[in-house]
Design a protein. Sequence first.
Length: 202
Amino acid sequence: MSFTAFLVDDDPGVLKALSRIVRTAGYETVSYSSPRDFLREHDPTTPGCAILDLTMPELDGLELQQQLTQAGMERPIIFLTGHADVPASVRAMKAGAVDFLIKPVDRDKLLSAIAQAKARDSKAREARCERQFIEAKLATLTQREREVLEHVVKGRLNKQIAADLGTVEKTIKVHRGRMMAKLGVRSVAELVRLTGRIHAER
C-alpha cells in the first residue's frame, strides 16, 4: 500500500525541495501552501503522515495539529522549523508528534522520521481494523447477552449472574454459551482479552 506525505508550508521553495526528497525515497506527496486547504481536503483514510511547518501566517503547525486531534483525525506529524524552539518542540512531542526537525532539513533525518511515521500509521490502522472487527461481533449480541458478558468479564459465576439478573442459572448458561460462540471465544481469559482490546483503544 502506498504511503503519502502531506506537505504543508507557506514557502513554495521548501515545498518543492521536500517533495523532491520524499518522492526519491518512493513515497507519494501532496503539497499545500495553506494549512486551511490541507484541513479542507484532508482524507484521514489515506495512509500517510503530515509534514508541517511550525510557523505559518494563518494557522501555525501546533494549531493545525490540535485541530486534527479535535476532529478525531489520527495522523502522524513531523514538524519543521527555521529555528530551535524548545517549548514548541516539547508541546508538539507531548501531543504525539513523530519528530521536530530544523530547516534546512537533513535528508536522512527526514526519511528516518517518515519511516517512523509509516510504522506508527500502519500500527494505528491495524488497531482500528481490529477494533472495528470486534465491535461488529459485539453488535450481534442481544441485550441480555451483553448483560451476561459484562458480568462474566468481572469474574462472576453463573449462579451470581442469575441472581443479579433475576433469572435461573440454566438460562444464564444458555446466554453465556451463545454470547461466547458469537464472539468466537472459548474461555473467560479469551473473552477478557477481546473486550480489553476495545477498552484499551478508548
